[in-house]
Design a protein around this ligand. Sequence first.
Ligand code: NAI
Ligand code: CS2
Length: 494
Amino acid sequence: MQNVTRLPASAGSGQIRIVHLGLGAFHRAHQAVYLERYRQRSGDDAWGVSSANLRTNVALVDALREAGHRYHVAEYADSEHVTIREIGVIEETHFTGRDKSTDGDGQWGRDREALLSRLASPETCLVTLTVTEKGYFLSPASGELLVDDPMIAADIASPETPCTAPGLLVEALRQRRGAELAPFTVLSCDNMPDNGKRTRDAVVQLAARRDTELAAWIEREVAFPCSMVDRIVPAMTEEDFARLAELGIEDPNAVVGEAFSQWVVEDDFPLGRPAWEADGVEMVADVAPFETMKLRMLNGSHSLLAYLGALDGIETVAEAVGRDDLVALLRRYMLDEAAPTLAMPEGTDLTAYAEQLLARFANDSLRHRLQQIAMDGSQKLPQRWLHGAQARLAVDGDVACTALGVAAWIRYTAGNDLAGQPHAVDDPLAGRLADLHARHGDDVASLVRAFLAVEDVFPPALAAEPRFTEAVVDAYTTLTKQGLDGALAALGRA
Ligand code: NAI
Ligand code: CS2
């Protein structure tokens, strides 16, 4: 018998102080839940949210409007215990987007003026973002703005009609400065290292293309606190909707996630913020140790499962950690390759953290597809694996699991699994990576060298490290000749 707890939404007053860019599953199941808890506990309804999609998913914006911006979040502790919350903190939604499916039917730029006025409004104190790693248009390895990307080039050419997140922030900040309004605080909630600093880099570099004084003002006046966000929120499946329907929730905008949730935020909010400490948000002076821990241990493990599992036809995280050899791989990776690279505050127990992660991955109420995690590998690898590998190599440490992961990623980007079944490679560099496969074919050493020479992903110092290159070549050879079982067995012997 399932234990179901249902929590109704608060009634808002329509006041909006937060603008969110990137109205995806995660925003609905993380930030919105903290704000809902805050509103219900404190009775303060001033921190309503205006939430926007800039690129994809106009359908969600329209469906939320239709539903009066109410929707449900199902939080699964396990298959027996679920809490279903109704969320009422999103007060309005916008779509400014451009993607292949919407360009054709006149949606491009649809609500851009409304979103810009909301951003420039004196009431707006905080702008939050979940636009995925690629939405910042920075080289993942160097952090430089991708000025040749067509979307950024368009924002440089026509800065008053921006289409990217950095472009919208620059234009809105320009308008605020012109109106002598204090700038809003910008809080990135994406899985990037130093996500606040990276967001500032993107915005300042883009502003400098337009007006160096504006860029200097942004650098001086705008707060970009860093944050670490954590809650597993997979993309919804038909099965998820059907399970909710059985509980009487017929909601096309519902999202499903785990019960666990964490949000660690640097406390730098010049225009104020909700007093959300009592609602589980951890306010700290320096987020970096928590962010690095989560990126290397949780996300690093996820990516290992994603590429190795997908190559072997495994579909979900829970299914993958049903295999003892994959669990052994994750333990070794987390404890021998990731944990030793972390400088944590005293009292942090990384062994306990690793075990907690394994238990979270085993939650089979979530159908967290490996193919979803495998997306955008070029944007994820540096912070999840490569910075840690560099630190391990510097002290002559082991990098065997990371090398196997990199080998699996390279093989994955060929577009089929080890049995030859095709899969889509969803990555901004997919075309470039496919060319490398076409050019180097079965010559493993030259293929691996060509991949490691992609400087947007691999730091040149790591690519120049023979211990790493050789380990990737060996792992690639074993993986392709002996399959996942053989590769994991070989690793166990090493
Ligand atoms: P989603 O697929 O539901 O939504 C993605 C969002 O990003 C959409 O709003 C989409 O329009 C936007 N987007 C994609 N590319 C963009 C671009 N180039 N420019 C502007 N916007 C763009 O994904 P979800 O689950 O909401 O995750 C989004 C991000 O949130 C992740 O990439 C990650 O950084 C962060 N996150 C997600 C977690 C999860 O478990 N889902 C957990 C922790 C962090
Ligand atoms: C995942 C993360 O999609 C991915 O790449 O590793 O989104 C992961 O689910 C979250 O970071 C958990 O907080």
